[in-house]
Design a protein around this ligand. Structure first.
Ligand SMILES: Cc1ncc(COP(=O)(O)O)c(C=O)c1O
Ligand SMILES: N[C@H](C=O)CCC(=O)O
Length: 433
C-alpha cells in the first residue's frame, strides 16, 4: 500500500494544527506511524487520499452504526438544510428527537440536547451538583467522559493512550472534588461512600467500558453501585455516549436492567453530526434553567441538521426489528473468528465483546475484567497488529485502549476478510518473535 499523499498531508497539517489532528486519538503516534487522511466513506468502508480502501471498525469512534453515508440520513440532511441551517429558536424536530429518545430509553423522561459528549457529561455533573447541593463525584479509573476538567482524572481513551490520564491544566481544587474507584470492585466504591457519603453528588460510569477497551461489568457490581447511590442520595449517571443505542436498542441500561438517575448520550444520537444529550427523571431535569436554577445553554444546541440526521438514524434503529440481532450475529462471528485464530496460533490475547463493541487485548491474562488487567496489555504487540491490519485493508482504532465497532453495513464477507487479515497479522507477529 502507498501512503505518500497521507504522509505529505500530515507534514503540512503539523504546521497548522497542534499535533496535526483535531482530536489526539486520530494521530497514530502511539502506534509509531503517521495517520491516513480520509477522503470519503461509504457503508462499511473508508477510503484514504492515496486511494486505499479499508474495512472500517472505527466508525467515526462510534456514531456510524448504520455504516457511512446512509442514504436516508443523507436525504434527511439535504431536505432539512434547504430550510436553513440554524435558527436559535425551538423547532418541531427537537421535540420529535426528545420523544424518540424517551421511547427507546424510558428512564429519560426529559432530555436536553447539547453539541458533544463532553458537554453532556459536564452539564450532567453540574445538574447533579445543583440538584443535590453536594460537591464530590466518583469516577472509575480508565473510564473516559470527555475532556471536562472534572473527568480528566485517571481518564481513559487518548488521555491513557498518550500517558496523560491526569492532564496538566486541571486545578488542584477541581481534581480534589473527583474521587476515583476501580471498575468491577464494589469495595473501592463503598469506601468512598463510607468516608464522604453526605457530600457525593454523583457517581458517573461507562456501564460497559469502551475507553480502556471493552470491559464488562458483573451484575453484582452494577447492582451494588446502584444500591450505594440510592442509599447515600447520590445520583447515578450512566455515561452512554458510546453504549447508547449501540449495545442494545435501549442502551447498556436495558441490557443490565439497571435504571440510572441521569444518562448522557452522544455519537449515535447525532447520526455523524456533532451532538450530545443528557436526560433523566423530569423532577431532576426541571432543575435546569429556565425552569430551575442550574444554568446550561448553547447557541447551536438542537441544531436542525444534527436533529435530522440523528432522528433519522434513531428511527431506522427503532423500526428495524432485525437490526440488533444482525449486529449481534456479525459481531459474534467476528469474535469467534478472532478467538479461533488465537487458539490455532496459540497466541496469548483476550477478546471482550458486548453487542457490536469489541476489543482484542494483547495480554497473557486469562480474562480482562478490570483496569489493572487492561494495564498488563502489551502495547508493542498491539502496535504491530495495528500496522499489519492497516496494510491489509483493516482500519482499527490506533490504540489498545479503545473499542472497535461493527456496523449494520458490514457484510459477512467483510467479517471473513477481517478474520483472515487478523490471522495473517498474528502469524507475522509470531514469526517476528
Ligand atoms: C463514554 C464517553 N463519554 C464521553 C465522551 C466524550 O464525547 P465527545 O468526544 O463527543 O466530546 C466519549 C467520547 O469521546 C465517550 O466515549
Ligand atoms: N474514545 C474516544 C471517544 O469515545 C475517541 C473520540 C475522540 O476523543 O476523538
Amino acid at each position: 500500500m502507498e501512503f505518500t499523499k497521507s504522509i505529505q498531508a500530515f507534514q503540512e497539517a503539523l504546521e497548522y494544527i497542534p499535533g496535526g489532528v483535531n482530536s489526539p486519538v486520530r494521530s497514530f503516534r502511539s502506534v509509531e506511524s503517521d495517520p491516513v487522511f480520509i477522503e470519503s466513506a461509504q457503508g462499511s468502508k473508508v477510503r484514504d487520499i492515496d486511494g486505499n480502501e479499508y474495512i472500517d471498525y472505527v466508525g467515526s469512534w462510534g456514531p456510524m452504526i448504520l455504516g457511512h453515508a446512509h442514504p436516508d440520513v443523507l436525504k434527511a440532511l439535504s431536505e432539512t438544510m434547504q430550510k436553513g441551517t440554524s435558527f436559535g429558536a425551538p423547532t418541531l424536530l427537537e421535540t420529535e428527537m426528545a420523544k424518540q429518545v424517551r421511547k427507546m430509553m424510558p428512564s429519560i423522561e426529559s432530555v436536553r440536547m447539547v453539541n458533544s459528549g463532553t458537554e453532556a457529561t459536564m452539564s450532567a455533573l453540574r445538574l447533579a451538583r445543583g440538584y443535590t447541593g453536594r460537591d464530590l463525584v466518583i469516577k472509575f479509573e480508565g473510564c473516559y467522559h470527555g475532556h471536562n476538567d472534572s473527568f480528566l482524572i485517571a481518564a481513559g481513551s487518548g488521555a491513557l493512550t498518550f500517558g496523560t490520564p491526569n492532564t496538566p491544566g486541571v486545578t488542584t481544587g477541581t481534581a480534589h472534588d473527583t474521587l476515583t474507584a476501580q471498575f468491577n470492585d464494589l469495595d473501592s466504591v463503598a469506601a468512598h461512600f463510607e468516608k464522604h457519603g453526605d457530600n457525593i453528588a454523583a457517581l458517573i460510569i461507562e456501564p460497559v467500558t469502551g475507553n480502556m477497551g471493552v470491559v464488562i461489568p458483573t451484575k453484582e457490581f452494577m447492582q451494588g453501585v446502584r444500591d450505594l447511590c440510592t442509599k447515600h442520595g447520590a445520583l447515578l449517571i450512566f455515561d452512554e455516549v458510546m453504549t447508547g443505542f449501540r449495545v442494545a436498542k435501549g442502551g447498556a441500561q436495558s441490557l443490565l436492567g439497571i435504571e440510572p438517575d441521569l444518562t448522557t448520550l452522544g455519537k449515535i444520537i447525532g447520526g455523524g453530526l456533532p451532538v450530545g444529550a443528557y436526560g433523566g427523571k423530569k423532577e431532576i431535569m426541571d432543575h435546569l434553567a429556565p425552569q430551575g436554577p442550574v444554568y446550561q445553554a448553547g447557541t447551536l444546541s438542537g441544531n436542525p441538521l444534527a436533529m435530522a440526521a440523528g432522528l433519522t438514524q434513531l428511527r431506522l434503529l427503532d423500526n428495524d426489528s432485525m437490526i440488533y440481532d444482525d449486529l449481534e450475529r456479525k459481531a459474534g462471528m467476528l469474535e469467534e473468528g478472532l478467538k479461533n485464530n488465537l487458539r490455532e496460533l496459540d497466541f496469548p490475547a483476550v477478546v471482550n465483546r458486548v453487542g457490536s463493541m469489541f476489543t482484542l487485548f494483547f495480554t497473557k491474562e486469562e480474562k480482562v475484567t478490570s483496569f489493572a488487567d487492561v494495564m498488563k496489555c502489551d502495547t508493542k504487540v498491539f502496535s504491530d497488529y495495528f500496522k499489519y491490519s492497516l496494510e491489509s485493508g483493516i482500519y482499527l482504532a490506533p490504540s489498545q485502549f479503545e473499542a472497535g465497532f461493527v456496523s449494520a453495513a458490514h457484510t459477512d464477507e467483510d467479517i471473513q476478510r477481517t478474520i483472515e487479515a487478523s490471522y495473517n497479522a498474528l502469524k507475522k507477529i509470531k514469526q517476528k518473535g
